[in-house]
Ligand binder design. Sequence first.
Ligand SMILES: [Zn+2]
Length: 422
Amino acid sequence: MVTALTGAHVVVGDGTDIDDATIVLDADRIVSVDSGRPVSGVDHVVDLEGRTVVPGLIDLHTHMVGGDNAVGHGDEATTFKMSDPLPKAVIDSVEAARVTLLAGVTTAREIGSRDYIDVYLRAAQASGQIEAPRILATGPGIAMTGGHGEFWQPEATADGVDAIIRRVRDLVHHKVDVIKVVSADGPETLAKWTTAQSTPEELAAAFGEARRLGRRTATHAMGNEAITNAVNGGVDTIEHGWYLTEESCTAMVEAGTYLVPTLGNVVDIIHKGPALEMPWASMMAEHEPAIFDRFSMALEAGVKMAMGSDCGGNEARQHGNNVDELIAYVRFGMSAMDAITSGTLSAAQAVWLDDDVGSLHAGKAADLVIVDGDPLSDIGLLVSGVAGVVQAGRVVRDDLGVLEGLRPRSVSPPSTTTAIRV
Ligand SMILES: [Zn+2]
């Protein structure tokens, strides 16, 4: 069935927009996006006057996979997350993925999980068993012994060039899309965060092997040394980068490396962390202005940005709040148009999916978010004004009841073919 969405303001995802546009969809694909209201050869017309259509959003830093529990920090022995029983972790993951999709995130990169649950989620989404974003799976990332991230799974640690190459191959064997290596410390080393962890040689070996085997790469990196080590090692995306310097910005710009800022996480930790007794909330509050100044500096320097929320990464960062990440970017200097691009085409480019998603262009997947109002004048509407979500041409959310006629939700109906016949 061919459907035309007419009368909408369309934000294409590539930095342009079209007023009073018509988007024609056929099954799971976009057929055309043009100004004006044709339309012939169409089975069904949906009037979206007064609404804005943006591409389905892409979150490059989610932790939908459950297992998060008490996170302890400080000098005493630490209780890390990923300790939930596996069945609970799986159920939580499915629910987190559903909530993420309903927020308008039609594609997500799961950036460090346990038991390869993300690999199974990816398959379940692709086959229509669950409602979830299209998923890029990372499995348990790689950390050095004693490093940030070793809580993922005991076997996730690797020390030395040979061991880390072996670990990359093991992840590839488990069919991950992305290799993540931790380059720097994390919240368990309160008030440091700028210590580099895996060595430049280890990073270069891991990212080189990943690239050779056709995998995308990412790194958790905070300070200058970790960022430049990872950039020199050929990484695709720097996660967080909260303590970057001019030197690291230059390195990222020269190499074309993307920054995934996860600023919504900073905001949530500061504002929600104290009530949750998060020990690093006060430290973040102290560091907050400088973190946002550094983001503005990176923006000014021309570092490429791609949206990443870190939802699920800690107890303050709840699933479904993914897109408030863009509000933070705008608050600290990005235009609303560029913020949307960071959550659409730029994010797609950072993970090599731009042939298929990330913008409203003919031939791409029909992934759309319908917003009541104009997010270019108020970016907050991408959170509070979401009225509909379409993924691969199927309606997964329709608050205004305007998308009737498009194909319904994606979850497969129960099969009746297995009934016993006598
Ligand atoms: Zn994270």
